[in-house]
Design a protein around this ligand. Structure first.
Ligand code: SAM
Length: 283
């Protein structure tokens, strides 16, 4: 193979490899190893601990689906909290909604935001919107200290390792429920249905115990393990399958549409099977 390649070990038995044009930046932050590389196949990429977080070429699948599904589920979202998401991609999508008055971004690592601003301006561009407040603190602690505060809470976190572990716990989801207003909506990125089925099943069961409405939806993200990605949604009042599309704002997107919103909740049989399987069953 010609040139220098970066490989992410996605599981102990699977890697994704991309040819590098150049490494633009590399540093060790207090929380993680951060790199921005330029690749032939996917453009610029943000890597944290050698795991692909986002790429210029395929980021919109993920950012549009994690943002517009909860925002359109809520008929009038005014306040939104993002936990993680320091690259700014979710913020960029949220500020497209005219009803939004305030977006709070709680990112534990200030270096992620600084590097996204410098190297990924097409993703980070929403961070300068006047409605956005950026706080460099732990999202778990932030949510623990809030009550009846947000219309929408979105967890755009790293995988469940290091500082993100607690963002996948039932205790955190109970605190999210309290931090939401009486009709609030919650969404979290919850990994690969191909490689993390037990985690997804456990999260869905936790959310069903806490929220009156709990659902799973899927999208494709080419650079994530397996290429298919799961989002878990908990809602206090509004069902994402009953959106009044006549009232929904028109926002410019490249992947998300009302039809894709609806279709994303149609789960293939292999996903239904692991969601319904008894706890002790292996996958
Ligand atoms: N879309 C990406 C993915 O699924 O791979 C996630 C991108 S975003 C860069 C993830 C961010 O979550 C990282 O910048 C990380 O610093 C942040 N993060 C991890 N744990 C956190 C916590 N407890 N509180 C706030 N931010 C956290």
């Amino acid at each position: 193979m010609r040139g220098i390649w970066f490989s992410e070990l996605q599981t102990p038995d699977l890697a994704i490899s991309v040819r590098l044009n150049q490494t633009l930046h590399h540093e060790k932050t207090p929380y993680q190893e951060l790199a921005v590389v330029d690749t032939e196949a996917y453009g610029r990429m943000l890597l944290l601990d050698n795991i692909i977080q986002t790429t210029v070429k395929d980021e919109f699948f993920y950012h549009e689906m994690i943002a517009h599904v909860p925002l359109n589920t809520h008929p009038n979202p005014r306040t939104a909290l993002i936990i993680g998401g320091g690259d700014g991609g979710v913020v960029r999508e949220i500020v497209k909604h005219p009803s939004i008055e305030k977006v709070t971004l709680v990112e534990i690592d200030a270096r992620v935001v600084a590097n996204a601003r410098e190297y990924l301006p097409e993703i980070a561009c929403g961070l300068d919107d006047a409605r956005v407040e950026i706080r460099f603190e732990d999202g778990i602690e932030h949510v623990r200290q809030r009550e009846n505060t947000y219309d929408v809470i979105i967890v755009d976190s790293t995988d469940p390792i290091g500082p993100a572990v607690g963002l996948f716990s039932a205790e955190f989801y109970r605190n999210v429920y309290r931090a939401l207003k009486a009709d609030g909506v919650f969404v979290a990125q919850t990994e690969s249905p191909i490689f993390n089925s037990r985690l997804i099943r456990r999260i869905q069961r936790d959310l069903k115990e806490i929220f009156p409405i709990a659902r799973l939806y899927l999208t494709t993200v080419p650079t994530y393990p397996g290429g298919l990605w799961a989002f878990s949604l908990g809602s206090k009042k509004y069902d994402p399958l009953e959106v009044d599309w006549r009232q929904a704002p028109q926002v410019a997107t490249r992947y998300y549409t009302p039809a894709i919103h609806q279709a994303a909740f149609s789960l293939p049989p292999f996903v239904q099977e692991f969601l319904e399987a008894p706890e002790e069953e292996e996958f």
